[in-house]
Design a protein around this ligand. Structure first.
Ligand SMILES: Cc1cc2nc3c(=O)[nH]c(=O)nc-3n(C[C@H](O)[C@H](O)[C@H](O)COP(=O)(O)OP(=O)(O)OC[C@H]3O[C@@H](n4cnc5c(N)ncnc54)[C@H](O)[C@@H]3O)c2cc1C
Length: 264
């Protein structure tokens, strides 16, 4: 059986261990015969062994390990499992010593370490927590979902402060991808308070075109408050957020651009 994530309760106990009390961590490593780098990794396809990948991880994480005061006090190569099942044999073993639990926690939270540890994940080992979300104000968080046969509880953990909030619930709706990325034209075209770009009829208020509109005609259907600038797809105010609509609006905007160019 592979134990990848630490037990949450045990991790809570670990965090409360006294300051200044050294931690000797016994690391038992089982390596994959071949490293499993994903296709976009520079080492993909180089036919590296799990040991090569683990050494690469060791080289890159050594600096952070030393920075928190960590040192390796023993290393060995297990030879044979004398008492216990042979299937529980290990390829490498070492003891890493940290000044205290806080130092270990500082290491696993170090952004540089987190980046390098990805190599370790690829040979079958993971960090306790991984950031899976970013809130509007920049707060990073991760989620843990709990339940026996269906969802019962969601635990939201702020990865900076470690604060957790437990929410009871039978369903979770993931609401992502709805912030319009219209900053590029923020000072140029009229937008809604949420950042969606107004076009065509949405620009006409009390039968009047938007302020600064210089043409005799009203804005075309997908034209913004600046003549000749068009908006299509999700970024446009009032769209129904569907692929087919975005594609169709793109084609319409192209036709309208030609209309605009005709009279120049
Ligand atoms: C989770 C989720 C599920 C969805 N499921 C469906 C579905 O099942 N069916 C369906 O029809 N629709 C679905 N949609 C909606 C669909 O994805 C959108 O309606 C569609 O992708 C909109 O296309 P778009 O070209 O307007 O915008 P996008 O697809 O968002 O493309 C905009 C592009 O502009 C880029 N960009 C942003 N700012 C800049 C900048 N300053 N400079 C350069 N590039 C920039 C972005 O990176 C992005 O690649 C879903 C959306 C989400 C978020």
């Amino acid at each position: 059986m592979a134990y990848i994530d630490p037990d949450r309760e045990a991790w809570q106990v670990f965090k409360t261990l006294p300051k200044g009390q050294p931690i000797n961590m016994l690391n038992l490593i089982r390596l994959k015969p071949r490293a499993e780098y994903p296709a976009d990794h520079p080492d993909h396809g180089k036919d590296l062994t799990g040991l090569d990948a683990y050494r690469a991880y060791g080289r890159t994480s050594a600096e952070v390990f030393a920075r928190v005061g960590g040192k390796q006090i023993w290393v060995g190569k297990p030879q044979v499992m004398v008492t216990g099942p042979g299937s529980e044999a290990w390829d490498l073993a070492f003891i890493a010593q940290y000044p205290d639990a806080e130092a270990f926690i500082a290491m696993v939270r170090d952004p540089e370490y987190r980046e390098h540890v990805i190599q370790k994940i690829r040979i079958g080992y993971e960090l306790p927590y991984d950031v899976i979300g970013l809130m509007k104000d920049g707060t990073r968080f991760n989620l843990e979902v709990k339940g026996k046969n269906s969802l019962e509880q969601i635990i939201v953990r702020n990865t900076s402060t470690d604060e957790t909030q437990s929410l009871d619930g039978a369903a979770m709706f993931v609401f992502i991808g709805v912030r319009p990325q219209s900053q590029l034209v923020a000072d140029l075209v009229k937008r809604s308070d949420k950042g969606y770009i107004y076009t065509g009829p949405d620009l006409i208020v009390d039968k009047k075109p938007p302020q600064g509109w210089t043409l005799e005609r009203d804005p075309f259907l997908l034209e913004t408050s600046i003549p000749g600038i068009f908006a299509a797809g999700d970024v446009r105010f009032g769209t129904n957020h569907r692929v087919a609509s975005a594609v169709g609006e793109g084609a319409i905007a192209f036709a309208l651009m030609k209309e605009y160019l005709k009279v120049l």
